[in-house]
Ligand binder design. Structure first.
Ligand code: HEC
Ligand code: HEC
Length: 262
């Protein structure tokens, strides 16, 4: 009952907020400062669903990190009050670092996710339990259309991906197409030495100073980055490029479609 009553107040607050005149996202976030102190339970519960659907496959079901960083120890989360720091990261993503943009999230959804993360920070301190949420919420028909437009140049629903829906859990599937390093086949490369010799092999490590590889006969090589010419063929470049294209709905729809490939 209390929760319902509280939810009603919150939805009024959210309704009032969506009609408010143009304000910056930060200002809109701050309007919520009038609400009871965090974590706001009703918002955190809605945020838990949003998080499970959009974020958990990279940041872990409990936000404690997987391929993406642990958010419970993130300084962005710890310094955030009502979504004013978390919101921009989610809206813009960090596509170059492997996080897609969720540009269509509303201020209300960002607020809910922020409250969920604040609740998780508290839960982690209190060691309380956390229920896993259903993540398959998309529209599989729309996902099929997206798949046919963007994925079929490398994949086939009746070929290499024919049974992915039974092979993987939904959370694994989501990570496989959204998190480029998850599928991680070897990155092949070709090096041309100053004397013209060409060496083909697998990339081992590449930083600002050095590049190293194991050639096709198994020998390790390492060079200063500027001493050789090289071409890296990242097989998952296609997944990385798609991170900049997905809308939130696309990600859900594609997952809903892949799950049907039994
Ligand atoms: C495809 C994987 C992926 C998805 C999906 C994803 N993230 Fe991220 N996220 C990352 C990666 C990788 C980073 C680290 C980027 C970097 O190194 O700057 C990150 C960073 C962050 C940060 C900043 C952490 C810090 O301390 O700098 C926040 C906050 C965050 N994500 C929240 C979210 C939320 C909320 C969602 C869901 C709406 C989400 N992420 C979805 C991969 C993802
Ligand atoms: C430019 C080529 C390319 C595009 C485009 C591409 N992928 Fe991939 N995908 C790959 C490669 C390469 C792998 C790794 C395959 C391997 O390890 O054998 C992969 C792996 C996967 C896997 C894991 C398969 C498994 O059995 O482990 C899934 C799922 C997947 N991709 C889904 C997608 C979806 C969905 C799209 C479109 C939204 C997509 N991919 C677009 C190249 C691509």
């Amino acid at each position: 009952m209390r929760l319902l009553f509280f939810g009603a107040i919150l939805s009024l607050a959210l309704a009032a907020q969506t009609q408010a005149p143009k304000q910056s996202r930060v200002e809109r976030g701050r309007e919520f400062l009038g609400l009871p102190p965090p974590p706001d339970q009703a918002a955190a519960e809605r945020g838990a669903k949003l998080f499970a659907q959009n974020c958990a496959f990279c940041h872990g079901q409990k936000a404690t990190g997987a391929e993406g960083p642990n958010l419970i120890r993130s300084s962005v989360v710890l310094h955030d009050e009502k979504g004013e720091l978390i919101g921009p990261v989610v809206l813009n993503g960090r596509p170059d670092k492997g996080m897609p943009a969720f540009s269509s999230m509303t201020p209300a959804q960002l607020y809910d996710i922020a409250e969920f993360l604040h609740a998780r920070v508290q839960d982690a301190a209190n060691r309380s339990s956390y229920k896993l949420q259903n993540i398959v919420t998309g529209d599989s028909k729309a996902g099929e259309a997206f798949f046919n437009a963007h994925c079929t140049k490398c994949h086939s629903a009746t070929g290499d991906l024919a049974h992915v829906g039974s092979k993987y859990e939904p959370s694994e599937l989501q990570a496989l197409f959204l998190y480029p390093d998850k599928a991680a086949p070897p990155v092949t490369m070709t090096v041309t030495l100053p004397n013209g010799q060409v060496i083909k092999g697998t990339l081992k490590r590449h930083d600002d100073f050095n590049i190293s590889m194991v050639d096709n006969s198994g020998t390790f090589h390492s060079w200063p980055d500027d001493a050789v010419q090289y071409k890296i063929e990242d097989p998952l470049a296609g997944h990385r490029e798609l991170l900049a294209i997905y809308t939130d709905a696309d990600m859900h729809n594609v997952l809903a479609y892949l799950v049907t490939l039994k």
